[in-house]
Design a protein around this ligand. Sequence first.
Ligand code: NAP
Length: 231
Amino acid sequence: MIIVISGASKGIGKAIAIQFAQKKHTLVLLARGEDTLLQAKYEAQQFGAEVHSFVCDISNENSVKEVIQQVFEKIGVPDVLINNAGVGGFKTLANFSVEEYDRMMDINVKGSFLLTKYILPAMQHHKRGHIIAIASDVSKRTFYSGSLYCATKYAQDAMFSALRKEVRHDNIKVSVVYSGMVDTYFEGNVPSDKPERLRSEDIAQAVDYIVSAPGNVVIDELMIHPIQQEY
Ligand code: NAP
């Protein structure tokens, strides 16, 4: 399968890349930072998979359009799109600037929209495909200082839950993952095997389970938490 992963240079996206590289899928890795992206590509290639990488800012329409055009021309129509890239920001609402609001909305919501918009018609043409969103458990609950981040994750959840209804008759699956705390580079965290957080590999295995379901089965939603997390 051809699998496109946004935010594949670090954290959850990179772990998903490694998970699918071990199964020898053809991977398309996207992120903005070239060095970390090439490192992720190198690590995935060590499993013998065909791995492509493209520097792409998913919040920029031209960047997404150009990269997806290249994917169609050089690699083919993706079977799976994993909308994973995202950023956070945690403070009380009045302390956010308009620029911070735009950045979080543009990456978490518009970015997922753009990648899906430019890949979906080809999936519909071929009557197959699977779109996965790495949302969050805060797509379904709120917390102090999470006004903007929760808003982006609620929006992402709503967008893909509605999309599921649009595309099921085209044989296209839409799955949303609601994850609790994961030990990644998110918002300045440095991964260090924290028992109160999931590992990126835990999410990667959950995504593999979703993708591996039989053709007639769609896992619409998957909620996953570390057992120690209060939520
Ligand atoms: P991470 O370790 O910070 O990785 C984020 C990835 O997204 C990086 O590869 C980053 O690369 C990429 N990215 C950020 N902005 C981008 C843009 N504009 N265009 C393309 N790529 C971009 O974070 P993570 O924890 O793995 O987060 C992945 C997803 O999981 C996010 O959607 C997050 O909301 C969700 N999530 C995380 C947690 C958690 O506790 N960590 C919990 C629930 C859900 P560049 O910066 O080089 O572009």
